[in-house]
Design a protein around this ligand. Sequence first.
Ligand SMILES: Cc1ncc(COP(=O)(O)O)c(C=O)c1O
Length: 404
Amino acid sequence: MFSPSRRMAHVPQSFIREILKVTQKPEVISFAGGLPDPECFPAQAISEAASRAIGRHSARVLQYAPTEGLLELRQWIAQRYQRFGLSLGPENVLITTGSQQALDLLGKILLNPGDTVLMEHPSYLGAIQAFSLLEARFATAPLTPRGVDLAAVQRALQRGARLFYTIPNFHNPTGISADASTRQALAQLMAEYPQTLLVEDDPYGELRFHGPEIPPIFAATHGASIHLGSFSKILAPGLRVGWMAGPPEIIRAAATAKQAADLHTSTVCQAVILQLLEDGFPLPAHIQRVCAHYGERAQAMIHALRHAAPQGTRFTEPEGGMFLWLSLPPQGPTSMELFHAAMEQGVAFVPGTPFFLDGGGAHAARLNFTAASSERIEQGILRLCQCLTSLLQAKADSKRPEVS
Ligand SMILES: Cc1ncc(COP(=O)(O)O)c(C=O)c1O
């Protein structure tokens, strides 16, 4: 009989995957997933690059490869950090099977059961899962509109943590970005607590549709922390190619853990990306197009919310990424109640609770704006807001004393 290991007892089920099972019907307008728009995949260019890479270099491309990743790809990634004033080499870069794998590897090389991981509150469910599986304990610091609450971070660091996990660009699930001064302050704070490793998860940083780029905390720490990147959102998530950048001794330890996990990331997928770049695929222009496309959809969602959201509803207005965060009027329905009502009207989203470690988020929700067209976004938000208005009205009516 199957009897799961003790560590499995700590891992929260991915509620989002459960929701996705019921939201995949085409008639449902779904703000629930975290999927890039397939229209943004450069499918033709990827297909041609794959054919060329395998056609020309099959002995290499179809062969086992070094655990650290293909050297040229690591070099290309390393030199991209020059724009932040960092001079990195391939020894600073490990190619991972999506940035998700980097979370698992970092947990494995850093955490003993019961060690503390400091997380922003709310945070990315995949990170909560990865660290829970390693039997971590969690400390949390709330988010403010300017990024994580610095005083709360300092208090948690004083109590001791092995790792501080942060998503400073277009945070999943809230869409919030840390401003430049918060990033600087975090880098200074981390220097006072060298026993805690800062892990900056940055899969959305390049999806900026408004405002100037803000350098990562990694730059402010002069490369003495970890920065995670990914090709998932700028090319295609099916490639499963991401990376970890950081000090060579951490990269080496993570490579040892990776050897045990999967030997190496798919040689074919790495080679396809390299071939794309060698063929002169205009990556910056491609990313600009993706940003413009997502910017339009974010605008459609924000506009529809401004127009239709009942009084007391608040929402973030992200400058990039894929999500915004809705805060429902506190006297009204929970986001779970709203979820059930909205599903009856063919609209889906993720209620806030799974993103919290302590059952918070009962009146919050994550809305994805990249997967549906602008027209469907407008329709979906209108229906969602109508559901919310009706539930608010019903709550108000139920509280009103009866007049005989
Ligand atoms: C914050 C965050 N980190 C990591 C990932 C994993 O991305 P990848 O496809 O690179 O594994 C995601 C995916 O949605 C994410 O939102």
